[in-house]
Design a protein around this ligand. Structure first.
Ligand SMILES: *Cc1c(COP(=O)(O)O)cnc(C)c1O
Length: 469
């Protein structure tokens, strides 16, 4: 499989190189040159496969030529064998033909484990084979950091530096990062906000001289391997609910458009998906595009669903690329316009094409809490605030009651106690068994000023298993 950039100017890469790349050299994102397409018979024959085996069937075409079948199978079995639920991504019914797919049974209790636990193992495999070491620098508002650290903790050839805003992530989220100890794991608390952290990561990718020749790898959802891993659970859910003979709809709590883009790809690979609901919080750039064809940056608001607090959705460029007939020059032009003026619309027929599949809703904090309370009253289930946004949007946007609606349950509620408390759900939430001693574990992190030179200095001093590069 070859991968091409959404802006058309960067060289095509194979899977191995795409795994180790961040942005393409032309500023674009990598996508498969040709998407594999499965027949209905082929998909139907996968019913009943264990999750890791289904994952192998769905993802094999993407890694072909880079990862041997036997290695890939073993890596997938290890990755999903670590999840705390035998079904890996179990479905739970909430109402009439309405389901939540629980994607929070991985080690760090959010759906990001599906991709990042795999990414860590794939990196390890490729780096050992090549005899190379890399440095990862990532910014997190909470969930990405812990999943990336957990995924890379056993990778001897990776040093990972995760920047989080000092005193601005929840205690559970912080402890999930800082209590994983290892000479290759470095938590940096920045005296600034999430955007400051992300800016420093971007600047470090742009000028890597401080790394003295060591390669920098991206763990945010611009990394193709993350999207790839998320395609699998759309197939998994559909197969449980009568697919592919029957269509299925999905509602996806969305920030960077990564998770829902994976659903769009699943459909293009042959899975009958009749509708995808884009569910956002008050930071609703995606909703404004889907409802009114306006892609315009606005100020950032802090919400009860912090993992979706974004101003710009980095993966949206991948959808735009398809909507524009895969013209790299058209995307380069649009993105230029976006950078200069802050917004754009697309031609009417392109927007209508998107609207055939996508609907959207922006959900306020108040509605989020209301939904948590309603679902608790009617089912006894406690939803996390991101999942609650998905449920609310599913209920408002649903096109057909005959088609099963699956809401992606993106996090365990114990990660976001503030929203659950505000919703007035009087049920004590407990950490799962493997994290029950989280609050008594030793923490390790370094507080640094909001200063690029300080952060890069720290990385070059500790980037080789804790020693200087
Ligand atoms: C990251 C995250 C999201 C948003 O996912 P995207 O792929 O960025 O759209 C939603 N919910 C939770 C809990 C998350 O951690």
């Amino acid at each position: 499989m070859r991968y091409i950039s959404t802006r058309g100017q960067a060289p095509a890469l194979n899977f191995e190189d795409v795994l180790l790349a961040g942005l393409a050299s032309d500023g674009g994102l990598y996508v498969p040159e040709n998407l594999p397409r499965f027949t209905q018979e082929e998909i139907a024959s996968w019913a009943g496969l264990p999750y890791h085996e289904l994952a192998f069937r769905v993802m094999r075409p993407f890694v072909e030529g880079s990862i041997a079948d036997a290695d890939f199978r073993r890596i997938l079995e290890e990755t999903y064998g670590e999840f705390a639920h035998a079904a890996v991504a179990p479905l739970r019914q909430l109402g009439g033909n309405e389901w939540v797919m629980e994607l929070f049974h991985g080690p760090t209790l959010a759906f990001k484990d599906f991709a990042l636990q795999l990414l860590g193992r794939l990196l390890d495999h490729v780096l050992v084979k090549r005899g190379e070491r890399v440095v990862i620098i990532g910014a997190t508002s909470g969930d990405t950091g812990s999943a990336a650290i957990e995924g890379c903790r056993r990778c001897d050839n990776v040093d990972i530096f995760i920047l989080h805003p000092h005193q601005r992530v929840s205690e559970v989220q912080r402890r999930q990062m800082t209590t994983i100890l290892g000479e290759n794991i470095h938590n940096i608390a920045i005296e600034g906000n999430f955007d400051d952290c992300q800016e420093m990561v971007k600047a470090s990718f742009a000028d890597q001289s401080f790394l003295k020749g060591t390669r920098l790898v991206a763990v945010n959802s611009i990394n193709w391997a993350r999207i790839m891993a998320q395609i699998v659970y759309y197939f998994h859910a559909a197969l449980q609910l009568g697919g592919p003979a029957r269509s299925v709809a999905f509602s996806v709590p969305t920030g960077n458009f990564g998770d829902i883009f994976a659903g769009y790809l699943a459909r293009n690979m042959g899975l009958p998906i009749s509708q995808l609901v884009v569910a956002t919080n008050r930071n609703d750039i995606l909703h404004r595009f889907m409802s009114g064809n306006q892609y315009v940056k606005e100020t950032l608001h802090a919400t009860l669903s912090p993992s979706m607090d974004i101003m710009v959705s980095s993966n949206f460029e991948r959808l735009l690329f398809d909507l524009h007939g895969r013209s790299g020059s058209a995307i380069a032009e649009l993105m230029d316009r976006f950078r200069q003026g802050g917004g754009f619309s697309v031609e009417q027929d392109r927007w209508s094409e998107a609207r055939k599949l996508f609907d959207s809703l922006a959900v306020s904090d108040e509605q989020t809490c209301q939904t948590i309370a309603e679902v608790f009253a009617s089912t006894g289930e406690v939803l996390d605030p991101h999942t609650a946004i998905g449920v609310k949007a599913a209920r408002e946007c649903r096109r057909s009651l005959d088609i099963p609606m699956v809401v992606l349950g993106t996090a365990h509620p114990v990660k976001f106690p503030e929203a659950v408390e505000q919703a007035g759900v009087g049920k004590a939430l407990e950490l799962p068994a493997h994290l029950s001693d989280l609050f008594s574990r030793e923490e390790r992190s370094t507080v640094l000023p909001n200063d690029l030179a300080a952060v890069q200095g720290f990385v070059s001093q500790h980037g080789n298993r804790g020693k200087p590069l």
